[in-house]
Design a protein around this ligand. Sequence first.
Ligand code: SF4
Length: 363
Amino acid sequence: MAERELSKSPGITLSPNGMRSDALLQVQDLRMHFPIRKGFLRRVVNHVKAVDGVNLFIRPGETLGLVGESGCGKTTTGRCIIRAYEPTSGNILYRRNDEQIVDLAPMGKQDLKYYHREIRMIFQDPYSSLNPRMPVIDLVGEPMKVNKLARGQELEDRVAFLLRRVGMRPEYMRRYPHAFSGGERQRLGIARSLALDPRLVICDEAVSALDVSVRAQILNLLEDLQQEFHLTYLFIAHDLSVVEYICDRVAVMYVGKLVELTTTDELFAQPQHPYTEALLSAVPQPDPRFRARKQRIVLEGDVPDPANPPSGCYFHPRCRYSDGSLCANEEPALRETIPGHFVACHHAEKLSLRGVAVRDIAV
Ligand code: SF4
């Protein structure tokens, strides 16, 4: 997303390092290329371009969805933001409480410690993300202990407070994870992520492993906590109906690149990228009246190998609107076609794509 494109939105100014005045976090041209090594000497013969030039921003207090098929790079993007990975290149600009802007991308471990308190992660699998040998008080209280923020009775009171906030009884704090259901374990994971009063929480497929009946409860809980603790969420998911339920805006990824970014309502009603149109056509329709008139777009071919992506637009071999020349040879830039709607497609303005009415779908 070039600076001139970012500055199109009315009322938005850019800092000297290109950060939007309305952003809490802004990712600029983020790349995460994993080397492929071969032979006795383990020489690098190629790279898997898991994240390949991603640009996005998150406003304070909003929920930004990051969606795409499995392996598209959305989780890797989240892990780069929290700096579990050291990005190959790019910037991760973060606005501190005192309005100072820092770049997390090149930061060393020592400096990152402070930001790891403000940016936390909730993981997909509530079974493996909690240590089975630790009682709840240690699981939820550990981040506070490690950061020397509370101990003894103060720690216990804080854990009790967090358990109540996530809908669990403080009396459970001496129990171990195996005593809880999947939904309850995810509540514990959420309580743990809130222990350090974060500002930004990255929810990585946070409800994907849960039963449908529990999913809506956890989504509602996340929404309530967002209000209460003034949280900002990056919500990574492959399920568009979940994203529709909780996100204010949505970013769509395909083979390591962002192809569309706009408000949830607009993405569902008026997608501008052919890949988004195909994803939306696969969203289940609970109402048979809408189901009957909905046509699923079946994409031909496989998702390209991120180690050997196609030339031009990465989506061109599967795109039914490809012109075969420009699309095959020139990579489309992510650009703002109308205020707040960013698309990486040469022909976005000419295409008339089919969306889905938001009321048609359900979690
Ligand atoms: Fe399809 Fe061409 Fe747009 Fe790529 S640039 S999505 S191939 S129309």
